[in-house]
Unconditional design. Structure first.
Ligand SMILES: Cc1cc2nc3c(=O)[nH]c(=O)nc-3n(C[C@H](O)[C@H](O)[C@H](O)COP(=O)(O)OP(=O)(O)OC[C@H]3O[C@@H](n4cnc5c(N)ncnc54)[C@H](O)[C@@H]3O)c2cc1C
Ligand SMILES: COc1ccc2c(c1)CN(c1nc(C(=O)N(C)c3cc(Cl)c(F)cc3C(=O)O)c(Cl)s1)C2
Length: 422
């Protein structure tokens, strides 16, 4: 069989959200794909109640899922969030719609999402997912990859292209960095995050209003809650690490929550809150921008491996999913000439991925400085009023990001125009 006729072989490094979706995309292109994931098969790990992690899925991510016929399967297990529910210190609740009735974002379970994408990819006999295989080296001249299995043995393979979907601390990116003129910057922010669980009520009902993204904005601190299928909410508490560290005793914790998140205490449960808080740890948040994303026709990094952002726009996964859509369109355009597609991918995607990293960091700074619940409320109400007044010209920035596929960098340009006329 001639070289051209042979199926192209790619190795996708990382079987997380973006790697699993990418495998589905390459499967449609009739490539032979080996996914190497360093962790064990999440589908075999027992589900622990109260440990679910959820994410906000918006239009960019949905369009990417739709392209591989996965949108329905994902959103039918999701919960719609039509508006924000702002919790004031005194317990006052305020609703700020995301837009029209058809403009909502989805709360989806991270593990369910990862599982359905892996299972869909594996339906194709040309796709193999190898768990407990960690990439430790790769050669961009020969396409050789070296993987270490959890039993310590080494496995080698040779492929046409290596797709690094191995997250913010990407091994593929580290190798690219050593083999090309690579620009890289990273920033840890002073805030960490901790996930807490708000269980269903005693009568097995949601403890809060269901179809909302709940927000407790307290300038330097912030907590958000997204609903889960099992009628619980997953809360994400954002605070500077020094504040996390200053909460040493149960009294410290209860004083802090009484002062800042009073209404959430009876809904979480005082005993449960104490137990969760001191059993969990706060995780760091990093922002990574880099370029180029490729080396020749041999390697490309996508998702958090290429552009990790702080989560203050809820776009990291949506952007990584959109990465798959962008690459797929370029492989169509270049008729699977991998080198041409990779080169154009870096050219078109870098500016957009870095734009959403900047937007997320800007929103973090803004939320931390000036946004308590009232200000957050006021800004959104002004945005919503002006977009009602000038529907074609005034799409609020968050709506361009969450409800359109306007290129991320163009969202910023359009917003700068709006700020001038504001
Ligand atoms: C607190 C928080 C809230 C968030 N909320 C949202 C949200 O609401 N909406 C949204 O869109 N995004 C959100 N995100 C961002 C989202 O989680 C990430 O953007 C997304 O998980 C990136 O997916 P990925 O596949 O690129 O990377 P990852 O999910 O990190 O997956 C990388 C995979 O590669 C594997 N791996 C790593 N190194 C190797 C190696 N050497 N060899 C083999 N495998 C390897 C890992 O085990 C992992 O499975 C949030 C992030 C955080 C931290
Ligand atoms: C699971 O952990 C997390 C952590 C953070 C987020 C999410 C899930 C989901 N997030 C979304 N953010 C937007 C958005 O565009 N903006 C400007 C907002 C930004 C912040 Cl920080 C906020 F609190 C509300 C809005 C808002 O507008 O509702 C969406 Cl739209 S969804 C942030």
């Amino acid at each position: 069989m001639s070289e051209e006729m042979r199926k192209k072989r790619v190795a996708v490094i990382g079987g997380g959200l973006v790697g699993a979706l990418n495998a589905c995309y390459f499967s449609r292109r009739k490539y032979k794909v080996d996914v190497y994931e360093m962790r064990s098969d999440i589908r075999k790990v027992e589900v622990v109640r109260g440990r679910s992690i959820n994410l906000a899925l918006s239009v960019r991510g949905r369009e990417a899922l739709k392209m591989v016929e996965m949108e329905e399967e994902v959103i039918n297990k999701g919960i719609r969030m039509y508006s924000r529910m702002i919790h004031d210190r005194d317990g006052t609740l305020r609703i700020i719609p995301y837009g029209r009735k058809d403009q909502y974002i989805m709360s989806v379970d991270r593990r369910h999402l990862n599982e359905v994408l892996l299972t869909a990819a594996e339906k194709n006999p040309d796709i193999t997912v190898h768990f407990e295989h960690k990439l430790v080296n790769c050669d961009f001249n020969t396409g050789e990859i070296v993987l270490k299995r959890s039993d310590g043995t080494i496995v080698k393979d040779v492929v046409d292209a290596i797709i690094g979907c191995d997250g913010a601390f990407s091994a593929v990116r580290n190798q690219i960095m050593k083999n090309t003129l690579f620009n890289y910057q990273q920033e840890y922010i002073p805030h960490g995050y901790m996930e807490l669980n708000m269980p269903p009520t005693a009568s097995d009902e949601f403890a809060m209003a269901i179809n909302h993204l709940h927000i407790w904005a307290r300038n330097e601190y912030m907590m958000i809650a997204l609903p889960n299928q099992d009628k619980s909410f997953t809360l994400t508490l954002f605070m500077p690490f020094n504040i996390f560290d200053s909460i040493k005793t149960e009294d410290d914790l209860m004083n802090f929550f009484h002062k800042n998140f009073q209404d959430s205490i009876p809904l979480i449960g005082e005993k449960e809150l104490k137990q969760m808080f001191f059993k969990s740890k706060a995780f760091p948040l990093i922002s990574i921008k880099c370029s180029p994303y490729h080396i020749g026709n041999k390697a490309l990094i996508m998702g958090d491996a290429a552009h990790a952002s702080v989560p203050f726009y809820g776009q990291g996964m949506n952007c990584g999913f959109e990465d798959c859509l962008v690459l797929n369109d370029l492989l169509d355009k270049h008729r699977d000439d991998i080198g041409a597609a990779f080169e154009e991918y870096t050219k078109v995607r870098t500016i957009d991925a870095q734009a959403i990293c900047d937007l997320s960091m800007y929103n973090y700074i803004e939320m931390r400085q000036s946004v308590n619940s009232c200000l957050f409320l006021l800004r959104k109400k002004v945005d919503n009023f002006l977009s009602w007044l000038f529907p074609r010209n005034w799409i609020p920035l968050y709506a361009m990001v969450a409800f359109t596929r306007t290129r991320y960098h163009e969202c910023i340009l359009k917003r700068q125009w709006q700020d001038k006329v504001r």
